[in-house]
Design a binder for this molecule. Structure first.
Ligand code: HEC
Length: 153
């Protein structure tokens, strides 16, 4: 692309982004993938509708496939960022059922911490509460508190 075209495309994208209401944008936590999600997911309906149907990581993955079939367009990297954003910031967390990889993505922790969660669960039985979960060695309590609404026990 020439510089002029690149600039024009950039300006068009910025304008499209600005038309998403500030109120809607405020409801999405600031994290990697947010810009891509707000842009790609407001083409056909309000991006806000993404917040109206809480879903597990697996369900989000299926929803993204459905949206792609509906005609949603994004690069592979944008799809990856959007899924990562949904998993880390919005997905319901099946703390007693999810495998370590799903815990890693939805709790937004390292593989070692995710393994510590599943190991603790195996040794002590299902987690019963937020406070119970905070007993996992190395798991940041603030991270757990920030996800209170998303945890399924
Ligand atoms: C090309 C148009 C289009 C784009 C772009 C689009 N959607 Fe949709 N979306 C639809 C249509 C049509 C429906 C309602 C029908 C349905 O559910 O299949 C819908 C419904 C939804 C719903 C509610 C129903 C459900 O399946 O849970 C969610 C959530 C959703 N979209 C999320 C997203 C996300 C996330 C993105 C960005 C990756 C996105 N959409 C981008 C067309 C689109």
């Amino acid at each position: 692309m020439t510089r002029a075209v690149t600039l024009a495309v950039g300006v068009a994208a910025a304008l499209a982004f600005l038309t998403i209401s500030a109120a809607t944008q405020d409801r999405f936590p600031d994290a990697p993938g947010r810009t891509e999600l707000l842009r790609v997911c407001s083409e056909c309906h309000e991006a806000g509708s993404v917040l109206e149907t809480p879903q597990t990581a697996e369900a989000w993955s299926e929803t993204l496939a459905t949206m792609a079939r509906q005609g949603a367009e994004a690069t592979d990297e944008e799809w990856r960022l959007i899924e990562q954003y949904l998993d880390a910031n919005l997905a319901l967390i099946r703390i007693n059922a999810a495998a370590a990889d799903e815990i890693r993505r939805t709790m937004d922790v390292t593989k070692a911490i995710a393994d510590a969660v599943t190991k603790y669960r195996e040794q002590n039985g299902p987690f019963k509460s937020v406070d119970d979960l905070k007993k996992v060695p190395g798991l940041d309590a603030a991270k757990v508190d920030g996800r209170k609404e998303r945890l399924i026990f």
